[in-house]
Structure formats: structure tokens, C-alpha cells
Design a protein around this ligand. Structure first.
Ligand code: NDP
Length: 464
């Protein structure tokens, strides 16, 4: 059968663009790609990239305060113009979108800026009514923020909306205690917004190492964020020109903006999956095997739409592996077991790779090497903020299983720590490494004695 394309990709985000570009430019495939919104997808347009620039923007007052601690008597960040920042941000995102488009153009990929859905295992129906056939189809449609099912939920914003705000709210409430809630709480707080965060648990960032969760929870409070723990939202309603948020304990508060950061869901609705026999998991994500292949042999899926590890570099690697395997004859699988990640809060970030201490204890005997200290830079300027670094080592093999860092630039540090850990380095390899002095990261190679030893596997439910 003659197909219009060797590959048709649904979704122009990180995973879809990488797969399309590699299949076309490196493996000579004829590729079409449909994107219903903007090229670049969540990471570039309404996620990692604009978020990180907002983190930088929001850091200025703390930097000015630190400068005063170093003798710059009149250092002051001064007033912040959201409008100026936002105009520049918009221009930069336009530039990135153009770069994504031109990268695909150069690779010879046909871009269809419209919605696409499947009509059978080899056919795509575009919103303009035209149909395209392809030998292989890749679904890389991503995920969407979800609102909780409470009355008035439509009055709340989602993370997508934050990047489109025309002005900053005076008083904002974030609901949730995950990546987005913690990051946006620090951003808004840094930009001078009176910020509250309501989370239903006792310590934010469920799923992370407990010690780092406790440090992050304390940091949010020390930043002056009004942290309300153990609270679930019950309803939102209008109260004059504000939004009243009521909680399950009967309390309420009025805010200019309420932002839901209550997780994301795979964007699988109305893609025609049912017609083709693609199977979904209970959470709506597309079920795939280790090769990102669905139950229909010609259809593959990568990225958040498969809800494996929902991070940009993972989607990119999945997309690249798919293209190499199917079009390059180079079988490559994505290994999801060791994926480093970071939460970009201020002043300290959280960087993490491998199991939490609680998970590792349950898996087998471990030694934990941990250190806390006040880094010289902020300590000199008068801050009491503590850094925490932790290595989790398998007691039997001495392999370093995990590293958790709570500190300035932890995202940068964990990226480098991830290399030896991915290579299977032992604690002796870390010890053999000469320190770079004076740095924070040198602590990683100078922790000599275990802080704790757990030599009997245990599941400490209370610790989780
Ligand atoms: P997360 O899954 O990280 O967190 C969701 C939070 O919302 C949790 O604290 C959860 O509570 C809470 N929650 C869920 N449902 C409800 C509800 N009905 N009522 C009250 N609270 C609720 O999602 P995010 O939205 O923060 O981020 C989505 C994903 O985006 C992340 O998982 C990550 O994959 C990605 N991301 C990555 C970033 C990075 O790499 N730096 C930055 C931002 C996003 P509980 O813990 O009790 O379940």
C-alpha cells in the first residue's frame, strides 16, 4: 500500500518534534506532523521554559538582599514590571516557536497547524476534513492541567493561564503541593504577590524523599508564603471582585487569583483511539510497551500522553528512541528507572535521582550519608538557610543508588551527580574523587562515615 507518509506525528511538543526530526533528517523518512496549538508544546510555550524565566525574574529581590549583606548598602531590586517582563517573555517564546518550526522545515517535515485524530490504524483525519495516511503513527499529544471536581472550579486558573496573565494578582492562592504549586508559590511570592498555598497533606512534594519534603515545606513558610496544610478545596465562588475559596474544614479566604496545581492528565480525549483499538490505562494514558508501541502495531505513543515519567527529557528520549528503532534500524529503549529531576524553588531547589530513603530502606540494606550545613555565600550575607545533601548507598554492592540535594542550584548539581550514578559508581568512586574547594558540591565527595545504616530491609509506613 502507498502511504502519504512513513510517519505521521500528532503533537508538536518535545517528544513529537524530536521523533519527527530524527526520523526525517537522520533516517530519511517522509514525515508529517500536526499541532493544534503552538509548536514547542507544553515545555516551551506553557511550562519549563517560561517557568524558569519567571524563577529568574522572581529571584531579584533575594539577590538584592544578599548584596546588602555583602556591603552594597543601597542594593534594592526596586519595583517589578510584570508588563515589561511579560512582553519580553512573549517575544522570546515567539522566537523559540519559530526555531522549532524552522528545525522541522529544514528536516523536511510537513507541518499541519491543526487538530488531528485517528480514523484507523493508518489514517489521520485533520480538522479541515482532509485525510492523510501513514505507515506509522506517533501520538505525542501531551497532557493537560486538571481542575478538581468542586463547585466553582471554573473560576480558578490553571498553570497555562498564569503565563497569559496581563497583570499580577495582589493576593493569590495555589491549590496543590506538587512541582507546580511549590514553584509558582515561590515565583509569585518573589514577585511581591501576597501568596497562599493550600495542600491536603502534611508536607509538600509527596513522592520525594521525606527529609527533603520537610525542608521544602519549611522553606515555603520561611519565604512568607501562607502555607495551609491538611486542607482540601471545597468550592470557589465570586465575592465582589475577588474569588472566595472555601475549604473542607469550613475555613475560607478571598483572593484575586486561585490557581489549581492539582496534577495533569493525559490528553487522550477525542483522538479516535477507541476506533483503532489503542488501549488506555485506567488514568486515561495510552498503554505502550517498552518500545513505546501501542496495542495497534502501527501506532506508537511517547511523552506525557503515556504517563510514564512525565518530564521533557524523558519525552525527548522516548521520541528519539522510537525514531531510531523504527526508522534507523537501531533498536533503543528508554530506561525509566533512573531519571534525575529538580524542583525550581527559591532560595533552595530540590534535585533528586533514585529512590527515596524510605523506598530504598524497603528494598534492601543501605547506608545513608547525609550532611546539612549553611553554605558560605548565604551565611555570610546573614541567612540561616541550610543545605542538605544525601547519598543512599547499597550496603552489599556499595553502589550509590540515589542522591537528594536541597540547596541553591540543586538542579545543576543533580545533573552532574546523575552521571556517575547512572554509570553505576560506588561510594569508593565518589571518595576517590578530589574535592573542588570551596564549593557546596564538594560535600558530595567528602562524606566519609554513614550517618545512618539500615541493614535489615524494612517498610516504614510511618516514614512515608
Ligand atoms: P503533581 O502531580 O506534582 O502534584 C499535584 C498536587 O495536587 C499534589 O500535591 C496532589 O496532592 C494535589 N492534588 C491532586 N488532586 C487534588 C484534589 N482533588 N484536591 C486537592 N489537591 C489535589 O502535579 P503538578 O500539577 O504540580 O505538576 C504536573 C506534572 O508536571 C508533574 O508531575 C511533573 O511531571 C511536571 N512538572 C515538572 C516540573 C519540573 O520538572 N521542575 C515543573 C512542573 C511540572 P497529593 O500529593 O496528596 O496527591
Amino acid at each position: 500500500m502507498n502511504f502519504d507518509y512513513d510517519l505521521f506525528v500528532i503533537g508538536g511538543g518535545s517528544g513529537g518534534v524530536r521523533a519527527a526530526r530524527i526520523a526525517a533528517s537522520q533516517h530519511g523518512a517522509r514525515v508529517g506532523l500536526a499541532e493544534e496549538s503552538r509548536m514547542g508544546g507544553t515545555c516551551v510555550i506553557r511550562g519549563c521554559v517560561p517557568k524558569k524565566l519567571m524563577v529568574f525574574a522572581s529571584s531579584a529581590p533575594a539577590l538584592a538582599e544578599e548584596a546588602r549583606g555583602y556591603g552594597w548598602l543601597s542594593a534594592d531590586a526596586g519595583p517589578f514590571s510584570w508588563t515589561d517582563f511579560h512582553n519580553k517573555l512573549t517575544d522570546d517564546l515567539d522566537r523559540l516557536e519559530r526555531a522549532y518550526t524552522s528545525g522541522l522545515d529544514k528536516a523536511g517535515v510537513d507541518i499541519h497547524l491543526q487538530r488531528a485524530r485517528l480514523s484507523d490504524a493508518h489514517t489521520i483525519e485533520l480538522a479541515d476534513g482532509s485525510r492523510k495516511t501513514a505507515k506509522h503513527i506517533l501520538i505525542a499529544a501531551g497532557g493537560r492541567p486538571q481542575r478538581p471536581d468542586i463547585p466553582g472550579a471554573e473560576l480558578g486558573m490553571i498553570s497555562d493561564d498564569v503565563f497569559l496573565m496581563k497583570e499580577l494578582p495582589r493576593r493569590a492562592l495555589l491549590i496543590g503541593g506538587g512541582f507546580i504549586a511549590c514553584e509558582f508559590a515561590c515565583i509569585l511570592n518573589g514577585m511581591g504577590v501576597d501568596t497562599a498555598l493550600a495542600y491536603r497533606g502534611n508536607a509538600v512534594l509527596r513522592g520525594f524523599d521525606l527529609e527533603t519534603r520537610e525542608l521544602m515545606t519549611r522553606q515555603l513558610q520561611q519565604n512568607g508564603i501562607d502555607l495551609r496544610l491538611g486542607l482540601s478545596p471545597a468550592r470557589l465562588e465570586r465575592a465582589d471582585d475577588r474569588i472566595r475559596a472555601s475549604f473542607d474544614d469550613g475555613s475560607h479566604g478571598d483572593f484575586d487569583a486561585v490557581i489549581f496545581a492539582t496534577g495533569r492528565a493525559p490528553y487522550t480525549g477525542d483522538l479516535g483511539l477507541e476506533e483503532t483499538g489503542v488501549r488506555l490505562k485506567p488514568n486515561g494514558a495510552i498503554e505502550v510497551d517498552d518500545w513505546s508501541q501501542t496495542a495497534v502495531p502501527s501506532i506508537f505513543a511517547v511523552g506525557d500522553v503515556t504517563s510514564r515519567v512525565n518530564l521533557t527529557p524523558v519525552a525527548i528520549r522516548e521520541g528519539h528512541s522510537f525514531a531510531d528503532t523504527v526508522f534507523g534500524g537501531i533498536p533503543r529503549k528508554m530506561d525509566h528507572r533512573l531519571v534525575a529531576h529538580a524542583v525550581y524553588t527559591r532560595p533552595h531547589e530540590l534535585g533528586s535521582i533514585g529512590p527515596t530513603e524510605e523506598e530504598a530502606r524497603a528494598q534492601g540494606p543501605i547506608d545513608v550519608y547525609a550532611t546539612t550545613f549553611r553554605p558560605m555565600r548565604s551565611f555570610f550575607a546573614g541567612s540561616d538557610a541550610h543545605v542538605m545533601m544525601k547519598l543512599i548507598v547499597c550496603a552489599e554492592t556499595q553502589k550509590v543508588l540515589a542522591c537528594h540535594i536541597f540547596g541553591p542550584e540543586a538542579g545543576e548539581m543533580i545533573q552532574l551527580a546523575a552521571i556517575p550514578i547512572t554509570m553505576g559508581a560506588t561510594k569508593a568512586d565518589f571518595d576517590a574523587t578530589i574535592a573542588v574547594h570551596p564549593t557546596m558540591a564538594e560535600e558530595m565527595v567528602t562524606m566519609r562515615e554513614p550517618t545512618r545504616r539500615f541493614h535489615e530491609a524494612t517498610t516504614d509506613a510511618a516514614a512515608r
